[in-house]
Design a protein around this ligand. Structure first.
Ligand code: DAK
Length: 259
């Protein structure tokens, strides 16, 4: 069913999800979380989905954080439960079988920066700004920011950003590796689409397993090297890998079937 908080468009298996609360700079309220969860739950493991782009409505903001007006009345137990729920939704994004790209078209603050960091790749417009300003509100990050920011940019700069609440500009985010492309404002979705179209030509099972292997690196309960040789066996035993090799030898484009 259409949800006005999360606009969904699709072309050739590439989905564009637009968080649509421009009057609140696309702050994440419960309705947006519910809609994101519903999308990723419904499409989990569906290989017709070749990739997903998440962006914000308007030109000013990707997502300016969790909705401050919604969480101010929470107590300790309620806050922890909501934080865990938000983390679980962002894990669904991080573990999605197909690539998810954040097209960051403005402010990516607090929960917005955390949402972008749960995506596999980030593309920013020149006017994008990133920050974790929770300490301004007397809070710590609640949706994985204290962990993923360190994973992406290292402990030193992450510590400074988390403790000062300072925003960084797109160019600095590029330099730090928080984003992989900075494009002219308004071109974020186009760049993300170009990247997803390229990945869509690859073996879908290999793409899925590669995402899992990258996640395994950060999962202290998984031996990533062991998982790699197991997944190598899994992919080399697949029909797709036979097709990939045949296409190479026959000098034609591979027709992968996710089998
Ligand atoms: N929540 C609700 N409304 C927001 C918002 C937010 N995060 N950010 C902006 N808005 C609203 C503003 O209230 C304003 O609404 P009206 O007053 O017009 O009704 C409208 O969006 C336009 O914003 P501004 O007038 O402030 O626009 P400016 O261009 O002057 O400033 C700004 C843009 C992005 C610098 C400023 O809006 C700003 O500082 N926004 C707040 C940024 C922020 O601190 N975000 C929250 C980060 S902390 C939790 C789990 C996680 C979290 C919390 C709880 N639990 C599980 C309980 C995470 C928290 C965060 O994300």
């Amino acid at each position: 069913m259409d949800n006005p908080l999360l606009l969904i468009e699709q072309e050739n298996g590439i989905y564009i999800l637009t968080i649509n609360r421009p009057e609140a700079l696309n702050a994440l309220n419960k309705g947006v979380f519910d809609a994101l969860e519903a999308f990723f739950r419904e499409h989990s493991g569906n290989y017709d989905v070749k990739g997903v782009i998440i962006t914000g409505a308007g030109t000013k903001s990707f997502v300016a954080g969790a909705d401050i007006k919604e969480f101010s009345a929470l107590d300790t137990a309620g806050g922890s439960a909501l934080s865990k729920r938000g983390q679980d939704v962002f894990f669904m994004i991080e573990r999605f079988h197909a690539p998810v790209i954040a097209a960051v078209n403005g402010f990516a603050l607090g929960g917005g920066c955390e949402l972008a960091m749960s995506c596999h790749i980030r593309v920013a417009g020149t006017h994008a700004r990133f920050g974790q300003p929770e300490v301004n509100l007397g809070l710590v990050p609640g949706y994985g920011g204290s962990q993923r920011l360190i994973q992406l940019i290292g402990k030193g700069k992450a510590t400074e950003m988390l403790l000062t609440a300072d925003m960084i500009l797109a160019d600095e985010a590029l330099r730090l590796g928080l984003v992989t492309h900075v494009v002219e404002s308004g071109q974020e979705v186009a760049k993300a689409t170009e990247i997803l179209q390229k990945i869509a030509t690859k073996g879908p099972l290999a793409v899925q397993q590669t995402i899992q292997l990258i996640n395994a690196y950060f999962d202290k309960t998984v031996d990533g090297f062991k998982k790699e040789y197991e997944d190598f066996g899994l992919t080399i035993g697949s029909e797709d890998s036979k097709e990939g090799a045949a296409a190479f030898i026959e000098k034609r484009k591979a027709e992968f079937k996710a089998r």
